[in-house]
Design a binder for this molecule. Structure first.
Ligand SMILES: *[C@@H]1O[C@H](CO)[C@@H](O)[C@H](O)[C@H]1NC(C)=O
Ligand SMILES: *[C@@H]1O[C@H](CO)[C@@H](O)[C@H](O)[C@H]1NC(C)=O
Ligand SMILES: *[C@@H]1O[C@H](CO)[C@@H](O)[C@H](O)[C@H]1NC(C)=O
Ligand SMILES: *[C@@H]1O[C@H](CO)[C@@H](O)[C@H](O)[C@H]1NC(C)=O
Ligand SMILES: *[C@@H]1O[C@H](CO)[C@@H](O)[C@H](O)[C@H]1NC(C)=O
Ligand SMILES: *[C@@H]1O[C@H](CO)[C@@H](O)[C@H](O)[C@H]1NC(C)=O
Ligand SMILES: *[C@@H]1O[C@H](CO)[C@@H](O)[C@H](O)[C@H]1NC(C)=O
Length: 794
């Protein structure tokens, strides 16, 4: 009894203490119902007896928390293992140790995950964080039922072994722990291999280092004295990865498959001070830039990127050629893209003066050539590339006179003193100069001098006008939207938005995938916002989600609703937009106070211009797919602003398609949706046509309470009125005199709408042509009957 009492008291104390403080020094065995909670400050953890390693939650940027093991006595706190790198959990999540094992509970979703899978095993007595960095679950007599060493992430530690079928996955980037683009695996056939993966899948792409060994019972051993080698079943050494008599007494050691695809053996002096850091003892492959040669995938650095290797540098260097920029600032291995408008094929010959070459010595992209010439000289090679709109880069080999032309994307780019070849990268000149070179300046004929001067004058005047226009436009735009800048996209927390919307109280609208709420940003002078809460399954992959969100945020036009920010926390996916004080076009058109003719014209034109921007003018074409009056909002000057673009891409694609399907045939949905024909920008033109009819007639396309049944569907009714020259019948809804005396104008708008709603997408005009017709710069011809495909109207 006297023995038991203090024990249970102690246990009680522990339980009381648990949620509040680290239970650090109290004991080293983790007992049942111990738990840790992910919290903002401090990181409560379970340390190993020596304190060298710790197990607990680590906050990863704003993304959430990683349940991890790390080196706890160095200031980097380098993570060596983690349980949930593909699914970070949110603040308040817990890890609990019970008789069933280690259970991770995500506070955001409530989902529980078993970290340890000692399935079927009974008799778990304790868990312990060992001084080797191994987290174990053991029986009373210290048999390990489960250990983290058997489930490595990207790192192995001294005393750890890898058995056949074990794999290390590199993390995606320096700050993103997601399983990334490279793996190191001891295969079941006995081969020890480094592979690139077809990220985001885990399937292997190309091997860039291997031992080519065959057999069973093989192991990769990282032994106590810091040697890493492959052994056969009988213990004989088949290959050594790294061996240096660096004692684990004096040095921390680890071998990590880094996010750049290199497996490095690192050491860190234990007599640590702030200037200490991890230094590389050995690494494989010797040069990753040249090791990856397969033609699938982007290589070590991504498409169009250049890889350079430096034995001393901590990480492989990826860079973009001049005039190319990273596709994603946060992930340089996504590759590079042209930061200029590429040469147009329909104008290739007239545009040759606008392009030039950047020469990069000792550089090659070995793949992707579509033409080869030999023997030629460098000028010939350049000229050939210049005249060819497909050619983005040419590789010229001075020694052999080879010229390879390549189109983008190209992969495995490398720059290294032993590469034979010069890359000629075609770039657009910043200021395309006068095409005539100096030879042209020694003219003999006075006439040509005069012509030259004349031309220069014209060019000057034009330049002045262009600059004036650009400047003027710019001034206008920045005046209207002082906040807009794609990069200013804000990442909100769910709590912030919950507060801003007063607990999602005031609903502004509701759609198939989302509900929109009004909110007020206290932090931003009480600015009003519209918060769209996605209820459909969005992209699970945070990176893809963010990529789509940032694509949306880069659009900026006076006829689009600007995205201000977003929130993605677990299942909470929200987008934050400017608030539009005059509501939606639907309530304006079909509500009490109807717009006047002038307003309707402006709304029709504004909507067309917004669509034109999405289709033709932004960096990446966006098909809206859901143009309807509910998605066209009106700001305080009643300017039409298109909302909801790009959102379809945030969702899983099949969802959008099937839900659209349900909406019925006579809606805003173009007929090709129902015929599994390819969906092009013309679906938006179709929807726009229906909306245009609604705008000019001020009534819904489908009206059940119509006077008689041939008036129920506006598109059909309007076409009948048009054909029988009885347009005044269409204006019953409009008590605006201006419209009556403008029957001719109305006719023009109807004709444009009928062109837009043609069954055959190829007959419909582009939105650009629509805009020109609305503006009056292009005549509108007589449209065919929109409801007939096969029967040609008279
Ligand atoms: C943990 O518990 C086991 C069994 O109860 C015991 O053998 C072991 O010594 C304990 N370890 C520590 C560090 O207390
Ligand atoms: C490895 O996996 C293969 C099948 O994928 C299996 O046949 C083999 O037994 C496994 N080997 C070991 C050592 O687990
Ligand atoms: C580790 O492996 C190396 C190379 O096989 C060997 O020389 C050394 O003795 C080993 N150290 C231990 C502690 O097993
Ligand atoms: C151990 O196994 C390897 C490969 O399985 C073999 O090449 C070697 O001869 C064996 N050595 C001994 C001593 O059996
Ligand atoms: C072992 O590592 C030390 C640095 O820690 C280095 O100076 C030495 O050259 C290495 N020896 C071998 C054989 O690589
Ligand atoms: C810190 O360690 C480095 C070597 O690891 C040593 O050169 C330096 O003198 C140390 N600094 C202090 C202040 O101890
Ligand atoms: C990376 O490589 C590029 C091109 O070779 C070079 O300009 C740049 O300085 C390198 N960066 C580093 C950090 O080595």
């Amino acid at each position: 009894m006297a023995f038991e009492l203090p024990y249970s008291l102690c246990f009680l104390l522990l339980l009381l203490q648990l949620p509040f403080s680290t239970i650090a020094q109290t004991y080293n065995n983790i007992s049942f119902s111990s738990s840790l909670t992910a919290q903002e400050d401090g990181n409560p953890n379970w340390p190993s007896p020596s304190g060298e390693f710790a197990f607990g939650f680590r906050k990863i940027g704003n993304g959430g928390y990683l349940l991890a093991i790390w080196f706890d006595q160095i200031h980097e706190k380098t993570i060596v293992w983690s349980a949930n790198r593909n699914n970070l959990v949110q603040q308040g999540s817990t890890i609990e140790f019970s008789a069933e094992g280690l259970i991770l509970t995500d506070s955001a979703t409530g989902t529980q995950t078993f970290i340890s899978d000692q399935t079927g095993a009974t008799g778990v007595a304790y868990a312990a964080m060992l001084d080797t960095g191994n987290l174990v679950l053991a029986t009373r007599d210290s048999n390990n039922l489960w250990q983290s060493f058997d489930h490595p992430t990207d790192t192995i530690l001294p005393t750890q072994t890898l058995n056949q079928n074990s794999t290390l996955f590199a993390q995606l980037t320096a700050t993103n722990y997601l399983e990334g683009r490279f793996m190191f695996t001891l295969q079941f056939d006995g081969n020890l291999v480094l592979y690139t993966t077809s990220f985001p899948l885990k399937s292997t792409n190309v091997d860039y280092w291997s031992t080519k060994t065959v057999g069973s019972g093989f192991q990769v051993i990282f032994n106590q004295s810091g040697c890493i080698y492959l052994t056969a079943q009988n213990g004989s050494i088949l290959g050594v990865i790294s061996c240096n008599a660096t004692s684990t007494q004096d040095f921390y050691q680890r071998a990590t498959l880094d996010y750049d695809g290199v497996l490095r053996h690192y050491t860190y002096p234990k007599s640590t001070n702030t200037s200490s850091h991890w230094s590389t003892l050995a690494f494989i492959p010797p040069n990753i830039c040249t090791a990856i040669v397969e033609y699938t995938g982007g290589g070590a650095c991504g498409f169009n990127s250049l890889c350079s290797h430096d034995d001393e540098a901590p990480m492989t260097n990826c860079s973009c050629p001049k005039s190319y920029i990273l596709v994603d600032q946060d992930d340089e291995r996504k590759g590079c893209k042209q930061n200029f408008v590429p040469q147009r094929c329909d104008k290739a010959s007239s545009e040759t003066d606008h392009f030039d070459f950047q020469e990069i010595l000792y550089t090659d992209w070995p793949s992707g050539d579509y033409e080869h010439f030999k023997p030629v000289n460098k000028e010939w090679c350049k000229q050939s590339c210049l005249n060819d709109c497909f050619c983005a880069i040419a590789i010229f080999n001075d020694g052999s006179g080879d010229c390879w032309k390549k189109g983008i994307p190209i992969s495995n780019g490398k720059t290294n003193s032993d590469v034979k070849g010069t890359a000629l990268v075609k770039i657009r000149k910043e200021n395309p100069a006068d095409p005539k070179k100096k030879e042209g300046l020694t003219p003999i004929l006075i006439g040509s001098v005069i012509m030259l001067i004349g031309t220069i004058l014209v060019v000057l005047i034009m330049t002045y006008l262009v600059i004036y226009r650009i400047y003027y436009r710019k001034a206008l735009v920045s005046q209207l939207y002082p906040v807009v800048q794609g990069i200013n996209l804000k990442c909100f927390t769910f709590m912030e938005l919950k507060e801003a919307t007063n607990g999602f109280k005031e609903e502004l609208g509701r759609g198939a995938f989302a509900t929109v709420f009004k909110g007020v940003l206290a932090s931003d002078n009480g600015k009003c916002i519209a918060v769209k809460r996605l209820n459909a399954m969005a992209k699970e992959n945070d990176l893809e989600f963010k990529a789509e969100v940032s694509a949306i945020s880069r659009t900026n036009h006076r006829n689009l609703v600007q995205l201000l920010g977003f929130c993605k926390e677990g299942q909470h996916q929200l987008l934050v937009y400017e608030y539009m004080s005059n509501g939606s076009l639907a309530s304006f058109l079909f509500g009490e106070s109807k717009p006047n003719w002038y307003q309707r014209k402006q709304i029709a034109l504004g909507t067309a211009r917004g669509l034109l921007y999405l289709h033709d003018e932004c960096s990446k074409q966006i098909i809206h797919c859901d143009i309807k009056p509910q998605n066209i909002l009106l700001d305080d000057t009643f300017t039409a602003r298109i909302a909801d673009f790009g959102v379809a891409k945030l969702l899983k694609t099949d969802q959008t398609r099937t839900t659209t399907r349900i909406r019925g045939t006579k809606g805003y949905v173009a007929p090709e949706w129902f015929k599994s024909l390819p969906v092009t920008v013309k679906v938006d033109v179709y929807s726009y046509g229906i909306v245009l009819l609604e705008i000019v007639c001020c009534r819904k396309n489908f009206e059940e309470q119509a006077l008689d049944e041939n008036q129920m569907i506006l598109a059909d009714w309007a076409y009948n009125c048009y054909r029988q020259k009885k347009l005044h019948l269409l204006l019953q809804n409009v008590d605006d005199d201006q419209a009556m005396d403008g029957i001719k104008k109305l006719e023009k708008y109807l004709m444009i709408a009928f062109w837009c709603i043609q069954q055959d997408p190829s007959v419909r005009p582009t939105i650009k042509q629509v805009t020109q017709m609305l503006e009056g710069t292009v005549e509108v011809s007589v449209p065919p009957n929109p409801s007939s495909v096969y029967v040609q109207s008279k």
